[in-house]
Design a binder for this molecule. Structure first.
Ligand SMILES: NC(=O)c1ccc[n+]([C@@H]2O[C@H](COP(=O)([O-])OP(=O)(O)OC[C@H]3O[C@@H](n4cnc5c(N)ncnc54)[C@H](O)[C@@H]3O)[C@@H](O)[C@H]2O)c1
Length: 336
């Protein structure tokens, strides 16, 4: 039986990956330090009842990491989705952000190099590594902005420009991951994600905008939104990220050493206003967002070109945004 270790396995993406690979017959161990403010205990219960094993490990602590990986034999894949994920928190506490995202990933790569050099290692990076993109022309429409010329979105070859402590720590992790393939010939991959949304996402104002707004509109509550609402992102339903990780593992000889955009791509782009329209339509509730000034580092448009994923690992999203939002809403209604 293949053995997969999910780092951050009680988080949103991690718990979904854990249950997914368990249902495919893998031996799955989730590790986490259980510090996410919302949903951690619920997700821990859920993965354990699916048969996933749990180990308490703080990836900032080399002794924790070293002990776990020295004692765990014959690991086939390490899927790293633990992080400090909130942009605002990274500005307030850049040291914590660095220790979790940069040092934590480095500790895992060292454990991989020393104890499990045969294992596949997938790091989850972010579209934030492409920076502010100030020079890319955009066009304003009634309910959204869009790129003027970049029909498919930002490709992996777009120049890196780490913005904010979060961008820097995730960018460092992204580059270390790729370099460990070059220098140590390891099977490492950096998956650069856009917005991920779906069931078991306990979101909050600062992380997971699709799920957060879905929750607010479904429960008829007012909430803050930042700027005019025409900002556009691409979004990916969580089952599609599970399939992307599966494809990376099965196509590892093509994927090793590569940064690969894993996101919804152009057909799954949404502006805030468009999302609110969809939510009003399917819930029958009037949205009650309160407009605040635009956040300083907010981009008008950011979506990813996902054609490299199709070419290298034969992957593309299967769940269209409308269907994904319906599924999320169903889960959200149970949760609230
Ligand atoms: N969700 C998105 O929209 C999105 C977008 C781009 C990139 N990403 C990246 O995808 C990954 C998963 O994101 P998510 O939405 O599931 O986040 P999440 O906050 O739901 O999960 C992260 C998990 O990491 C754990 N963790 C934090 N610090 C830890 C530490 N020191 N040791 C061990 N565990 C620790 C938390 O307890 C939590 O369970 C992250 O790397 C994130 O940066 C997510």
């Amino acid at each position: 039986m293949k053995k997969y270790v999910i780092i951050g396995g009680t988080g949103f993406v991690g718990s979904n990956l854990a249950c997914h690979f368990k249902s495919k017959g893998m031996d799955v161990i989730a590790i986490d330090n259980l510090t996410k403010a919302v949903g951690t205990q619920e997700n821990k219960k859920r993965i354990e009842s699916a048969g996933v094993k749990f180990a308490h490990v703080d990836i900032r602590n080399w002794h924790d990491v070293e002990y776990f990986f020295r004692n765990e034999k014959e690991i086939d894949a390490i899927l790293h989705v633990a992080a400090q994920v909130a942009f605002k928190k990274s500005v307030e506490n850049p040291r914590l952000d660095f220790e979790i995202n940069a040092l934590g990933t480095f500790n895992l790569l060292e454990a991989l190099r020393i104890y499990h050099p045969q294992a596949v290692f997938i790091n989850t990076s972010t579209n934030q590594v492409y920076g502010e993109q100030k020079l890319i022309p955009v066009i304003e429409y009634e309910k959204r902005f869009d790129y003027a010329d970049l029909k498919y979105g930002l490709p992996e070859s777009f120049p890196l420009d780490f913005l904010s402590p979060y961008g820097c720590s995730k960018g460092a992790a992204d580059q270390y991951t790729l370099d460990y393939a070059r220098v140590y010939n390891l099977k490492t991959v950096s998956a650069r994600l856009g917005g991920i949304y779906g069931d078991w996402q306990y979101s909050y104002e600062d992380h997971g905008w699709v799920a957060y707004m879905t929750q607010m509109v479904a429960s008829n509550k007012s909430f803050n939104r930042f700027g005019h609402g025409k900002q556009v992102r691409d979004v990916l339903y969580v089952s599609d990220i599970c399939s992307a990780f599966e494809h990376i593992i099965t196509h590892i000889e093509n994927a090793r050493g590569e940064a690969i955009n894993i996101s919804g791509g152009y057909s799954n782009t949404l502006s805030v206003l468009e999302l609110l329209d969809i939510l009003e339509k399917i819930t029958g509730n009037k949205e009650k967002s309160i407009e605040n000034p635009m956040r300083k580092a907010d981009k008008l448009v950011a979506y990813l070109d996902i054609r490299k994923a199709k070419k290298l690992i034969d992957w593309e999203p299967l769940v269209p945004k409308e269907e994904g939002i319906e599924r999320l809403l169903k889960w959200t209604k149970q949760y609230i």
